[in-house]
Design a protein around this ligand. Sequence first.
Ligand SMILES: Cc1cc2nc3c(=O)[nH]c(=O)nc-3n(C[C@H](O)[C@H](O)[C@H](O)COP(=O)(O)OP(=O)(O)OC[C@H]3O[C@@H](n4cnc5c(N)ncnc54)[C@H](O)[C@@H]3O)c2cc1C
Length: 323
Amino acid sequence: MQPFQHQAATSVADTIAILSTHKGRAKLMAGGTDLLGILKTRATVAYPKVVVNIKSIAGLDKIQSDGQGLSLGALTRLADIVDSEVIRDAYPILAEAAASVAMPQIRNVGTIGGNLAQETRCWYFRYPHSIGGRIMCKRKGEAACLAVKGDNRYHAIFGGKKCFAVCPSDMAVALAALDAEIQISGAKGQRSVAVTGFYHPLGNVLETDEMITGIKVPRPAPNNRQVFIKHRVRDAIDFATVSVGLVVSMDAKTVADVRVVLGAVASGPYRATDAEAALVGRKLDPAVIEKAAEASVAGAVPLSGNAYKVDITKTLVRQALQI
Ligand SMILES: Cc1cc2nc3c(=O)[nH]c(=O)nc-3n(C[C@H](O)[C@H](O)[C@H](O)COP(=O)(O)OP(=O)(O)OC[C@H]3O[C@@H](n4cnc5c(N)ncnc54)[C@H](O)[C@@H]3O)c2cc1C
């Protein structure tokens, strides 16, 4: 690891001031479970001069709920999401997704803000500097995406043009299925961004002087059902190969509203709008479920080694609708 300065932030305003001073050379650290790995391997090109500890900011770890919905502070730990009775009762998809992340040690330290802003697991991007030098790629500002001609078994099947790395966040999938918004503060003030709009093919929309302060989740309609299913190579601890987040509300026996969100198939959580259109206003009978499962992969363009993700996606969507 290269040396860096360590500063403990006292408030959101203090954090923004430090970020603004160092213009892209300061990195936020919450639990550090992702950041420290990135620093150790020196995967990124611009090594930070300053690491800003934000766990020292009081009050950013609250879970609050009222009739309008749920608020999560950016420093809410994943373990607290798993354990929260309010969440398990009204937002069970969040507890399920959080429980599927890594192992207890990571969930006891890792935060929701860090989970959303974590770096991709693409093996070209993460290749350690210590083994023959870092591998440059499109995400690091150079050359083409190496997954296109390389080993792309875990890469994107939707929308990858510049970079085919996928978003590894399970929480992003569950939050997108709930139509949640990310609250951001920066030198220019505050803004909110839908979880589905937070990511782009080379990362996320955060400016170098911005931080996530919280997440707002609207209360789902009555009679809703929430499902999170994650397919992974190792069940014990692993990132998703494909995941599905489903929130469906019923009007008697027909679908009144539905969000079908796919994970690990694109640079962010991917809303399967064709599948949603195949479901709204219909009964969840086998023919409709089959049509929605087929529609969930409309527009998928697999690479040479990841066409299997198309089949897994269809299977997970089918399973989610049958639960
Ligand atoms: C072995 C292992 C297995 C894992 N498995 C999974 C998995 O199955 N599913 C999954 O979803 N994740 C998985 N993860 C990722 C894990 O969930 C994240 O490492 C963790 O949630 C990050 O939270 P943190 O607080 O430690 O973030 P940090 O490591 O502190 O930060 C991560 C990144 O987010 C930025 N950041 C942190 N907080 C903020 C903020 N408030 N505003 C803006 N930027 C911020 C940091 O600058 C950094 O770039 C795994 C990680 C490990 C090490």
